[in-house]
Ligand binder design. Structure first.
Ligand code: 1HN
Length: 351
């Protein structure tokens, strides 16, 4: 049915106001807004945050202005201009922040209901402790802090360390389930050797004992960028040009998504390559690990450089281009497809 539905103005004011006073509303004046035909209405805008000229200087200034004790987590949050600055949303479900930790600083132990990951942007010597595992943070590494898992950050080096935080905070906050527990003291490091990243370093083989026990939810908490990058380079050799060279980060014991609500993946754009991603119902954030180029998101062209971050609304058309004729470009991608798949409405479109 696509007929014009009744409006509020069509109702006697005393009837409408009476409904409101009894905490009721008629559906039909709002039905088309709540359930538009064929395509959701989206407030999220295609957006770009430039690291070198904009985010980094503001973040370093935060390092001068706000001691870590006064911040707990020293973070600048990337806010989608279509969603309002107070919402702390890069997309309707994805929170993105850039966190700075200076030499000698630490960020105390806590756990919370939202899922979080870290993706390292710059600096040597940072580490995160999750579940007693001391996880080194090298540029491009992905570190998981699953819901309800203790985590704290530290810094053994001598230069600023910056990473990107991605959380499902808007989703968890939206269902009024977001809260945190303070750890009061640091974790005891029971695994100083980052052994999970070592055990699962090679795809296709897993420690034998894995076969004799139930699949673990989070067997691997750190995904080293050097492995992901070299696998992309190999995958590029067997992937036709114009087809996305795209790897998903998965739980190595199940082969499925590594976190419950957010999905993580990495894309390589070969020199001069242009790739049209399949249009999907999920929203997404891209972070540039290496190289430069442009992203046409719903037709809006955004030119990116290394360490920039971009946001794309649900259902967006996305075309990625590498500006260099000689060097590859690498992007890290966060989306909310795992949440949409679990809720049963994730879609991939032909065009
Ligand atoms: C959090 O736990 C961290 O642990 C960073 O570094 C940012 C934003 C909202 C809620 C929790 C962290 C966060 C956060």
């Amino acid at each position: 049915m696509s007929t014009e539905l009744g409006r509020v103005e069509d109702l006697p004011p005393d009837y409408y106001n009476g409904l409101r006073s009894r905490n009721m509303m008629p559906l039909w004046p709002s039905l088309r807004a709540a359930l538009p035909f064929d395509m959701p209405s989206r407030r999220t805008k295609p957006a770009l945050w430039r690291y070198r000229q904009e985010v980094r200087p503001d973040l370093m200034r935060a390092g001068e202005l706000t001691p870590i004790e006064k911040a707990e987590r020293r973070v600048l949050v990337l806010c989608n201009p279509g969603l309002g600055l107070d919402e702390l949303k890069a997309t309707p479900t994805i929170y993105i922040g850039l966190q700075l930790i200076l030499p000698g600083e630490s960020a105390p132990n806590h756990k919370h209901t939202p899922s979080a990951v870290r993706f390292v942007v710059e600096g040597k010597g940072g580490y995160t402790v999750v579940r007693g595992e001391k996880l080194p943070m090298h540029r491009g590494d992905l570190i998981l802090t699953p819901p309800g898992m203790w985590h704290e950050h530290g810094h053994d080096g001598n230069e600023p360390v910056v990473w990107l935080d991605a959380l499902d905070l808007p989703l968890v906050y939206g269902v009024e389930a977001s809260y945190c527990v303070d750890g009061h003291k640091s974790q005891v490091i029971t695994d100083p050797l980052n052994s999970s990243a070592v055990r699962f370093a090679q795809g296709g083989v897993v420690p034998y004992a894995t076969l004799n026990r139930p699949r673990g939810d989070y067997p691997m908490l750190r995904f080293a960028w050097n492995n992901v990058r070299s696998t992309l380079v190999e995958l590029a050799r067997v992937t036709p040009l114009g087809q996305a060279v795209h790897l998903a980060y998965v739980n190595p014991e199940t082969g499925r998504e590594c976190m419950p609500t957010l999905g993580f993946s990495a894309i390589m754009l070969r020199p001069g390559e242009e790739v049209r991603l399949p249009r999907r119902s999920s929203s997404a954030v891209f972070h540039v690990v290496e190289g430069g180029g442009s992203a046409a998101i719903d037709g809006e062209v955004l030119t990116f450089e290394e360490a920039d971050t971009l946001a794309a609304p649900t259902h967006a058309t996305i075309v990625l281009s590498n500006a260099s004729k000689t060097a590859p470009a690498f992007l890290f991608m966060v989306d909310d497809a795992p949440m949409q798949r679990k809720l049963g409405f994730h879609e991939v479109f032909d065009r």
